[in-house]
Design a protein around this ligand. Structure first.
Ligand code: XLS
Ligand code: NI
Ligand code: NI
Length: 438
């Protein structure tokens, strides 16, 4: 494996909380056991190809700033292979067990679909070798159905049926390679599946097409023998004004309506939850309650900016609340914590890539440890349980079991005359208990 892109950085080690070395873990100790499982297995950390390898710090006001020695500007397959080597050197020095890609992050677009497929085949074969050399595994693959101009009206929800076919062909190919590379799952993020204005949009027809598309994907998955779950990644807006997969509840409703729920789980992203006006823990609860908590795209937004800034998740309240839900719903099976995050334009040096991932991994490790300690303490869960105790017997139990009618409720209320004994919700107390562990 190449050692040439990050010559100044060795394998990142766990040095403990006292360490002041920016290139060491202070809290992420892969072998440490928490609630009966190693941190490594709890987190299943993944590095993304798109931000980490392909991001250059450019924004709509300025050119790229980032030092990225593998971005030589050639844009051909040879360069794509060099980039794959840089990706695996980075990920293995970091000690992350997984990575994720879009098809077109890995290999360049060709002039025709056949040429694009050929480029992808060539580089994906190199990925297979690199995976075998390093032991790094694919958490999930996905198709980039939003960058090319043909997708300007959407992909599966385009007004143009030819475009739908290109999108289907791309997903078919991306699924084949996800399967061949031993991918754990496969993600659908609806890049431009949505609308800019309803004036030109037949929404019902577009949704029906999306349902058809997903059924074709399920059929092809069966044909391939791919066993991993499909994940849908909700996002409410950007690039379109309204994305159809707007939040966890909207995705679940879509999956139910089109009889797809058994084949899908959700891949929840923090910044997307925030754009939807929801907290990450809300989205995790919605998915978890439906048995559809699949995976996480770990990042965070900026409280004062209204777009997907994809910052590295360094907020300990966020990681603690997140890991509380992940533990509550039994942890990840096929999914993991995928850093769909990019360093700031100002953090342009090469070592910032390591520093940012270490910061995110340490924040999640602290979140995990805090969540486990809060669960062990038990005061918060005990409070919640006790808060609902009137449902455990008497009229409450009768209602829950389905045996009570409106008339029974009326009889009960008339007998009481008025409700007595309401108790405080104690939000501030619960927040201060959480703070004891941060
Ligand atoms: C964009 C999405 C994207 C998906 C993969 O906002 O987060 O990066 O995770 O297509
Ligand atoms: Ni994402
Ligand atoms: Ni995103």
């Amino acid at each position: 494996m190449s050692k040439k892109y990050f010559p100044k950085v060795g394998n990142i080690q766990f040095e403990g909380a006292q360490s002041r070395n920016p290139l060491a873990f202070k809290h992420y100790n892969p072998a440490e056991i928490v609630e009966g499982k190693t941190m490594k297995d709890h987190m299943r950390f993944a590095v993304v190809y798109w931000h980490t390898m392909r991001g250059n710090g450019g924004d709509m006001f300025g050119w790229g700033t980032a030092e990225r020695p593998w971005q030589t500007g050639e844009g051909n397959v040879k360069q794509a292979i060099a980039r794959a080597q840089a990706m695996f050197e980075f990920t293995s020095k970091l000690g992350a067990p997984f990575y994720c890609w879009h098809d077109r992050d890995v290999a360049p677009h060709g002039k025709t679909l056949a040429e694009s497929n050929k480029n992808f085949d060539t580089v994906a074969k190199e990925l297979k070798k690199l995976q075998a050399d390093t032991g790094i595994r694919l958490l999930w693959g996905t198709a980039q159905n939003f960058v090319h101009p043909r997708y300007l009206h959407g992909a599966a929800t385009s007004c143009n049926a030819d475009v739908f076919c290109f999108a289907a062909a791309q997903v078919k190919k991306a699924l084949e390679w996800t399967h061949e590379l031993g991918g754990s799952g496969y993600v659908f993020w609806g890049g431009r599946e949505g609308y800019s204005t309803l004036m030109n949009t037949d929404m019902k027809r577009e949704m029906d097409h999306l349902g058809r598309f997903m059924h074709m994907a399920v059929d092809y998955k069966k044909k391939l023998g791919f066993k991993g779950p499909f994940f849908i990644e909700p996002k409410p807006k950007e690039p379109t004004r309204h994305q159809y997969d707007s939040d966890a509840a909207a995705c679940l409703n879509f999956l139910r309506e089109y009889h797809l729920l058994e084949h899908f789980q959700l891949n929840l992203e923090v910044n997307h939850a925030w754009l939807a006006g929801k907290t990450m823990e809300h989205e995790l609860e919605v998915a978890g309650a439906a048995g559809a908590l699949g995976s996480i795209d770990a990042n965070m937004g900026d409280y004062f900016l209204g777009w997907d800034t994809d910052q590295f998740p360094t907020d300990l309240y966020l990681t603690t609340q997140t890991m509380l839900r992940v533990l509550k719903y039994g942890g990840f099976t096929a999914g993991g914590v995928n850093f769909d995050a990019k360093v700031r334009r100002e953090s342009f040096q090469l070592d910032d890539l390591f520093i940012a991932h270490i910061a995110g991994m340490d924040a999640f490790a602290r979140g995990l440890k805090a969540a486990a300690a809060i669960r062990k303490d038990g005061r918060i869960s005990e409070f919640v349980k006790n808060r609902y105790r009137t449902w455990d017997s008497g009229i409450g139990a009768k209602i829950e079991s389905g045996a009570a009618t409106f008339a029974d409720c009326e009889k009960h209320a008339l007998k009481l005359g008025e409700v007595s004994g309401l108790e405080s919700g104690r939000q501030e107390l619960l927040e201060s208990i959480l703070n004891e562990y941060i």
